[in-house]
Design a binder for this molecule. Sequence first.
Ligand SMILES: NC(=O)c1ccc[n+]([C@@H]2O[C@H](COP(=O)([O-])OP(=O)(O)OC[C@H]3O[C@@H](n4cnc5c(N)ncnc54)[C@H](OP(=O)(O)O)[C@@H]3O)[C@@H](O)[C@H]2O)c1
Length: 286
Amino acid sequence: MLGKVCLLTGGTRGIGRETARGLATLGATVVVTGRDRARTDETVRSLAAETGNPAITGLVADMSRQAEVVRLAADFRAAHPRLDVLVNNAGAIFETRETSADGIEMTWALNHLAPFRLVHELRDLIVASAPARVVTVASAAHRIARIDFDDLEGARRYGAWTAYGQSKLANILFTVELARQFQGTRVTANAVHPGFVASNFGLEGQRPAWMQMGWQFLRLFARSPEAGAQTSIYLASSPDVEGISGMYFADRKPATTNGAARDLGTARRLWVVSAAQCGLDGAITA
Ligand SMILES: NC(=O)c1ccc[n+]([C@@H]2O[C@H](COP(=O)([O-])OP(=O)(O)OC[C@H]3O[C@@H](n4cnc5c(N)ncnc54)[C@H](OP(=O)(O)O)[C@@H]3O)[C@@H](O)[C@H]2O)c1
């Protein structure tokens, strides 16, 4: 990965931090994003010391805010003339319904609209850097989900796992449509299920004590963040997947999705709706 520039969102903890570590160990130039300046700086310092790779830097943005995603892309462009690998990793589950500063339901804003907008803002740079890769961290939680176009933001009825599953299904549908749009550009787009990982995921937010204990118990059966990062690192770096696009991987192998994640009509419709939500009506819908 020497000479390759990788941008990885949510690099301060969990799977993202281990993905950054893996890519830095392979010699890549790595830019991690975090939402907190101190945590981002600490991540950069630690990873540089641990991997011996000084080419690690950090950018700060609250990805649930569209304006910060746009600024993040501009900050990245100001520092880097190319982007070989974008890993859309930042994500979370929200126990109760919250809205972002833009007034968008948080799960949808952070897990789906942020990577959608980031790719839009960096698209020409990615294409100009081809062969290049976009890797989006989805989840097996997509299997229980559908895209509820009548209530995308859970305004009528909100459930944390329903909203989370929908956002992860959206990650896969986004990948499918992006891969279609990237045909002929030598840019690939793939999605990942990292496995059940004992990261910081699900630990924030208020929930009853019994639920908190149940979650802590389940985490005993989870894999480490390092193990969870392996498929992202593989898709970002391995020659095995050169030219492979529009797929969903788990444990470094192609995996099956549910039928909803293969519906090209839904993928297309989601793209148009997402563009409108980002105020980008008509943009990149070729
Ligand atoms: N853990 C699992 O079992 C599992 C399973 C399937 C899929 N996934 C997916 O894997 C990805 C990584 O999750 P993880 O398990 O590593 O969780 P994590 O340990 O909570 O890490 C999440 C990362 O996203 C960042 N982040 C959260 N909210 C943000 C915001 N508003 N703006 C910018 N960055 C933000 C966090 O930054 P801070 O340091 O500021 O918190 C952190 O770096 C997510 O997309 C998740 O949906 C996880």
